[in-house]
Design a binder for this molecule. Sequence first.
Ligand SMILES: [Zn+2]
Ligand SMILES: [Zn+2]
Length: 437
Amino acid sequence: MKKHPVCNHCLGRSFALLGTSTDNFTRGFSIKVLLTLEAHRLLEEEYVQGYEILKILAVNGNFSMAKDLLRKKGKEIVNEADWKCYFCGGIFQRIDTIIDDVVKEVEKYEFNTFLVGSHVDVAILEKEDELRANVGLSYGESIKRELNREIGKKLQEKLGKRVDFEKPDIVILIRILKDFSHKIDVKVNPIFIYGRYRKLIRGIPQTTWTCKKCGGRGCEECGWTGKRHKESVEELIITPMLEVIKGEEAVFHGAGREDLDARMLGNGRPFIVEIKTPSKRFISLKDLEKYVNSYAQGKVEVRDLRWASREDVRKLKALSQIAAKVYRVLVETEKPISEEELKKLEQMLTGITVRQRTPLRVAYRRADKVRIKAVYDVKTKKLDDHHFEMIVKCQGGLYVKELVSGDEGRTTPSVSEILDTKARCIELDVLDVETPA
Ligand SMILES: [Zn+2]
Ligand SMILES: [Zn+2]
């Protein structure tokens, strides 16, 4: 105190590990009281020494009890209005202002849980370390720890929300800069919504494809949309979700994907939408489901919406490679096909494994490799001499169009190979994507 102005908090914090059931303010206040009493006693015996101590308490301690005593002895000491503690610059007096600023910052978001932390400029931390090293104090705690505790306590009261160390909805960081001013950073954690979608029409991709010609900037070819297709399953789902939840951005994660020209029927395909920086969390998923479905106008339909987590996204991705799928395929053959041949086809495709090299049609974006995939069950229904319907249940990741065509020998066995004629898929629907219970 002889060297620097110091507030009650900072003085007390230097002895934080001594005593219990009190706070640093009271510790510092008490030390100043004790010193004032001692100085008062000394005034009677060693006037100069007592006076010096009182002066230090009044000036650098900004301590009213010492000032009052000096005034009674005819020595008036008035500190500047901007008296500031050398160590904290008065942060602890400003805590309520900081709390108010935090409340203003987080008001725009709905949340249940939060976590608050602080970052204190290294120059401030060094002042404290230097003092303690010079004077040999070893019972102090750091300014950061005291700040976190004081702010956390008050903020919890003020917000009426719970602190969550594991998965907080929002994370608040209070930065104390070199000049003791403060800045507040708020990070809002994303929300995840799981659901299943059905794609009821053909011709829309699952995710948005950027126009190759302009790279998404917009050109004549894409009608200045930057996209190769007007709509996608992704857009039809995330646009209304973003509108309701008022997030900054959404990411669509599907459990695999169907081809552009394939419908997705049955129970639908599992997906998870991740919404970044959501303003709303207290929403009804039932209402959201209705809203998405009215927005998507029967092209896409969502169901079974529920809350999910980042962990679920990982599971969904892993699942998509193994989950069984059921397809309905409309097959056209070059030569006429008999019922007997279809029976033989069913037998030869049921319960087998298929070797598939990456199909030619996707080779430009996928690595060329051989996949071994299981076909569990095949049922056929003859429509006319050149057309039949095939219901295929197989492992996820199997390319069904190539199972029909043979892809110039890259998939074997295949419908073409077994029937010994050119066969091709003219319509494809996904009827079911199985999920473990
Ligand atoms: Zn201080
Ligand atoms: Zn374009």
